[in-house]
Ligand binder design. Sequence first.
Ligand code: 5AD
Ligand code: SF4
Length: 452
Amino acid sequence: MTDIRPIKDETRKKVYIETYGCQMNVNDSEVILSILQDDGYALTDDMGKADLILANTCSIRDNAEQRVWGRIEQFRQEKVRRPGVLVGIVGCMAERLKDRLLDSHVVDIVAGPDTYRSLPRLIAGVTPGNPGIDVALSRDETYADIAPVRMDRNGVSAYITIMRGCNNVCSYCVVPYTRGVERSRDPETIVREAEVLFENGYREVNLLGQNVDSYLWKSPVSPDKDVDFARLLEMVAEVSPEMRVRFSTSHPKDISDDVLYTMAMYDNICKHIHLPVQSGSNVMLEKMRRKYTREWYLERVEKIRSVMPGCGLSTDIIAGFCGETLQDHQDTLSLMEAAAFDSAFMFQYSERPGTLAARKYPDDVPAAEKTRRLNEIIALQNRLSRESNEREIGKTFEVLVEGVSKRNGDELFGRAGNNKVCVFPAGGHKTGDYVSVKVLSCTSATLISELI
Ligand code: 5AD
Ligand code: SF4
């Protein structure tokens, strides 16, 4: 059996890894740990014991970067205390800022999302005053042959990255610049990774890509053997009926009926779709270059619910994009009501240098007004989430147990297929079990349930 957990070996050099940003970064840190274990390192969760400190960073909004600049100052203190320790900044911020990160005189290593294989070489080459940097982007790197070392605590649910980069140029988004062009990973390596996870006790895989609907593996043999996302879902679902499949992120312009029908066909493909809408205003959607309209989006939602009644639906929303009027904002609120999202990630617009929006449109909604609109969006979503949860009262769900409830040691928690978190009495069950529960009551975040 392939070893997919961190090596425990006190004699090895130690690496400490902090991860910021999205789920893909979490999985990238697991790829990095795999590469570094092969180079003789072992993971530590104590920065004070590390020979190498890594921050895997995010650039999506300015506040994500500001947090890391704050951490760099703390790493500086650690270097004062222990001058031999190396500090590496990797990921999206490394890609975006490149050698500007070296101006801090704290950072020894800078590596972008496509250069993790060069980390051992970069580390070996560092001497005082001579840092190592590699931020080349790649057209084909997918780390397909690297078995990520799993750092999750529950041993039940794991990420599998199926594609990297992004070919959409949403005008607000820095990701195409930090993660490069889209490329899909060989499906055989994805299925193999899922099989190894299953053999190691995992019961859920979460397939990750910036835009999973444009996953496409070109067969070297014949075009009718090409694998698209619907086919990939099917292949992973067939690893075992006991292995759940989730995925993220879907793009409203690309999510196909084929994917919906495939989801409906397999009990172990979770009925939940994360479908970022960003705005409910056609004027904003056009400026954002999202390539769909409000009407198109709502048609997709209707289709999802007609193919899979009860399917969970979540979204991302940006408040206060360039030139957003009060009417545009109202359009977002009314779309939220119409779509009746179960949950949402909600953000204020943050201008990112180098993006189309930064070059073309003034960031002209005042900060206080952005905050006011965001708060209105959050308040509405809280109501929609509570109402959505109230509709589940009395229903039964199959839940995969993920762990012991933080509030009460006699209770467990886990997710229903629709991604809602259920809390219920342990009743002798344990992490990794499937249990049937009935919902008794709820908060806006949790379904309070009993075992049946
Ligand atoms: N400002 C605010 N939010 C952003 N997102 C992406 N770029 C920006 C930005 N410049 C949000 C989008 C995306 C999510 C991952 O982050 O909603 O879906
Ligand atoms: Fe952040 Fe986007 Fe990079 Fe993920 S891909 S770390 S969300 S900038």
